[in-house]
Design a protein around this ligand. Structure first.
Ligand SMILES: [Zn+2]
Length: 258
C-alpha cells in the first residue's frame, strides 16, 4: 500500500469475519475505473446515457456495426481510449493485488475492459467483457494488442499484419454473446466451491451474471460484502454494505485479511 492512503475503520463484526477468510472472489465494475478518472458508461454523466451522442456510441459499439462498418466501431473505440489514455491503477486496484497475494485462492471477475487490474498486477482475472487492448483477426483469428496511445489515434479499422483482414476489438460488443470460456471460468470460480469472501465493488450489479455469484455465495453461507458510493440492488442481499469509494474500503479489507 502507498503511505498515507486513507483507511477507513471496518465494522468490528466484519473485521472479525475477514480474519477467517482463505479464499476471495472479487467482482468489479465501472465505479472502480471511475476512481482512476475513466468516465462511467451508465448513469448520470455516463457515456452511453449521454443525451447528445450516447445512442450513437452504443450503436457504433455493436456487433452489427462492426460487421457492416468496422471503421465506425473503431472510431468509437478510439474516442473512448482517448478519454482514458492517462488512467493509472488507483488504491482499489492495488488493494485487490494485495488480496490476491494474501489469499490461498483468489479470482477477480471484472466488467471493465480497460486493463487497469492487469496493469496493477492482478493475475487471476476473468475480464468477462474482454480487454479493449486485445485484437482478434476476423480472417485468420490471429490475436494481438494495440495499446491505448496508438488506439486513441485510430481513424479506421486496423488490418491484420498476417492476412490483411479487418481486426476486431477483443471486447463483447452490444448484441453479442459473452465468451463461453470466460463464462465457464466464472461458473467454476463462483459456483462449484464459492470463495469464503465474495466482494463486489463499484458495480450496480444489474447483469444476472454479476448478481448471481453474490446470491449464490450468500445462499451457501459465504461472507458477502458490497462497496459502492450509492445504494444498489445488492444492499438487501449482502452481509455488509459499505458506502463510499472502493479506493477507501478495499485497502481496509485487504489489510484485515489474514
Ligand atoms: Zn489475419
Amino acid at each position: 500500500m502507498d503511505a498515507g492512503e486513507p483507511v477507513c475503520e471496518l465494522p468490528a463484526r466484519l473485521a472479525e469475519r475477514l480474519r477467517a477468510v482463505r479464499s476471495v472472489g472479487a467482482i468489479t465494475g465501472a465505479g472502480v475505473s471511475a476512481e482512476s478518472g475513466i468516465r462511467t458508461y451508465r448513469g448520470q454523466g455516463g457515456i452511453y446515457d449521454d443525451p447528445e451522442d450516447g445512442e450513437r456510441t452504443v450503436e457504433a459499439l455493436s456487433g452489427p456495426t462492426l460487421l457492416g462498418d468496422p471503421d465506425r466501431t473503431w472510431r468509437a473505440v478510439a474516442a473512448l481510449s482517448g478519454m482514458a489514455v492517462h488512467a493509472r491503477p488507483n488504491p482499489a486496484h492495488r488493494a485487490l493485488v494485495e488480496m490476491e497475494r494474501r489469499a490461498a485462492r483468489f479470482v477477480l471477475l471484472t466488467q471493465n475492459v480497460d486493463g487497469l487490474h492487469q496493469m496493477a498486477g492482478s493475475c487471476n482475472v476473468i475480464d468477462i467483457h474482454g480487454d479493449v487492448a486485445v485484437t482478434e483477426c476476423r480472417g485468420c483469428g490471429a490475436r494481438g494488442r494495440i495499446e491505448r496511445e496508438e488506439r486513441a489515434h485510430l481513424r479506421a479499422a486496423p488490418l491484420c499484419a498476417a492476412c490483411g483482414s479487418v481486426l476486431r476489438p477483443g471486447v463483447v460488443l452490444f448484441g453479442e454473446m459473452l465468451p463461453e470460456d470466460k463464462v465457464a471460468r466464472l461458473r467454476a470460480a463462483f459456483y462449484e466451491d464459492p470463495p469464503d469472501l465474495v466482494l463486489v465493488a463499484g458495480t450496480t450489479a444489474l447483469f444476472p451474471y454479476i448478481a448471481g455469484p453474490v446470491q449464490e455465495a450468500r445462499r451457501r453461507g459465504r461472507l458477502t460484502v458490497e462497496v459502492n458510493p450509492e445504494e444498489t440492488v445488492l444492499c438487501g442481499t449482502v452481509d455488509f454494505s459499505l458506502r463510499g469509494p472502493a479506493g477507501v474500503w478495499l485497502p481496509a479489507i485487504a489489510k484485515a485479511l489474514p
